[in-house]
Design a protein around this ligand. Structure first.
Ligand code: ADP
Ligand code: MG
Length: 396
């Protein structure tokens, strides 16, 4: 079981300066934030520290300025949206950090300019961490989504200040722990998406760990091809047939059952609402491509989920952006949501397209936990130790 300090271990923080790593890397258009999901995730940590009288100093990056000042990447533009979701004033600190911080009242919230304007951030320069440590009394990491990077503000600082997990980080780590660290069995994993190539390490790790590995999406075509199925014009990776074979063998020796679809939805062109056929995987014609898994497979998979206690899901089962190839994903998402509501399943999902697909299915709210962390979520699914998390565990 992973262990780290949380805000519960803080004691009296009134008047203390808390350097808090958050994720403010929000999508913007015409100078306005278009999706404030990431900002909202940090409200509990920021509000709690502020209410407890700390000076809350937010550290974050924005975009990829590559170690130099670039006005288009200034965090100044995020301040109005952040102030909105917090319902509090937010000060922007661009330079002369010591003086600016000294002037802040207890309980105030400030954003320090883009950490990536200094090259030392991405280089995890100890000198920069040591200098930043003089601006704070404690370090709080609330940004799981950037903790797969060993940067000054995600990892380095934890070596120079007492380090704590913020509330969003704490919730994410506990959810991930309950899904793969120490899960209730049986455990099912659904892995979909376009290609195996981006998820080889995920598949290898899961094959050794879960009881049921459900494979869908374009990557299922490569596994089917490795089993000798003719997938016609479907997207598949010819050069990864050996990898697919290795994953079958790894699963076999770990007593993990791999589930591939036995019926599929095919079309001759990839467009919205083309003529389709729902057929057995052995009936794909030369000029057809597999764009979704079929209803019989979905029903069988629903039965598998009913026997499971834990589900971890990354990757849609079909080309869900294009109707009707969202049917399998939507249907299985609804099943998982219902089982979670009934209390028989712990369900955790992550990945940009996966989250979009679960929202499209109206299932996201019922999942036990949805990670919006992208790269960090995938690295965690690979069983890797994230440097920013390890630094919290090692912290004294
Ligand atoms: P995530 O972002 O959740 O990690 P991926 O990016 O790996 O997921 O995969 C999502 C993409 O896979 C979607 O764009 C979807 O259209 C595509 N996809 C899924 N199934 C198929 C298929 N059978 N053929 C082609 N593309 C597919
Ligand atoms: Mg994606």
């Amino acid at each position: 079981m992973t262990s780290f300090k949380t805000l519960d271990d803080l004691g009296d923080v009134a008047g203390k300066r808390a350097l808090v790593r958050v994720d403010l890397n929000v999508p913007m258009a015409d100078g306005a934030v278009t999706d404030d999901t990431r900002l909202r995730a940090h409200v509990p940590t920021i509000s709690e520290l502020s209410d407890r009288g700390a000076k809350v100093l937010l550290l974050a990056h924005f975009g990829r300025p590559k170690g130099e000042y670039r006005p288009e990447f200034s965090l100044r533009q995020v301040i109005p949206a952040l102030s909105d979701v917090l319902g509090r004033d937010v000060t922007f600190i661009e330079s002369a950090l010591h003086d600016a911080i000294a002037k802040l009242d207890n309980g105030s919230v400030a954003v320090i300019e883009n950490t990536r304007f200094a090259a030392g951030e991405e280089q995890n320069d100890p000198g920069m961490a040591e200098a930043f440590a003089t601006f704070g009394d404690i370090f709080v990491n609330d940004a799981f989504s950037v903790s797969h990077r060993a940067h000054m503000s995600t990892e380095g600082l934890a070596h120079y200040l007492p380090a704590y997990a913020g509330r969003a980080m704490e919730a994410e780590l506990r959810a991930l722990e309950s899904a793969l660290g120490d899960p209730e069995r049986p455990v099912a994993a659904i892995v979909g998406g376009a290609k195996i190539s981006t998820k080889i390490a995920v598949l290898e790790h899961l094959a050794a760990k879960v009881d049921h590995l459900i494979i869908g999406g374009g990557m299922a075509n490569t596994f089917l091809a490795a089993r000798g199925v003719d997938v016609g014009k479907s997207l598949y990776e010819k050069d990864l047939l050996d990898i697919a074979q290795n994953i079958f063998e790894a699963a076999d020796s770990a007593n993990c059952t791999i589930h591939l679809p036995y019926d599929v939805v095919v079309a001759k062109k990839f467009a919205a609402n083309p003529p389709t056929r729902t057929i057995n995987v052995h009936e794909v014609a030369e000029d057809e491509m597999i764009l979704d898994i079929g209803p019989a497979a979905v029903e069988a998979l629903a039965d598998v989920l009913k026997t499971c206690r834990t589900l971890v899901w990354n990757g849609p089962l079909g080309a869900f952006e294009t109707p009707p190839f969202d049917m399998a994903t939507v249907s299985l998402a609804k099943t998982a949501a219902a089982l979670t509501r009934e209390g028989s399943l712990v369900s955790v999902a992550g990945g940009g397209d996966t989250v979009a697909a679960l929202n499209q299915a109206g299932a996201a709210d019922d999942f036990s936990f949805i990670s919006t962390a992208g790269g960090a979520f995938l690295e965690w699914m690979e069983g890797r130790e994230l440097p920013g998390v390890k630094a919290l565990e090692d912290a004294k």
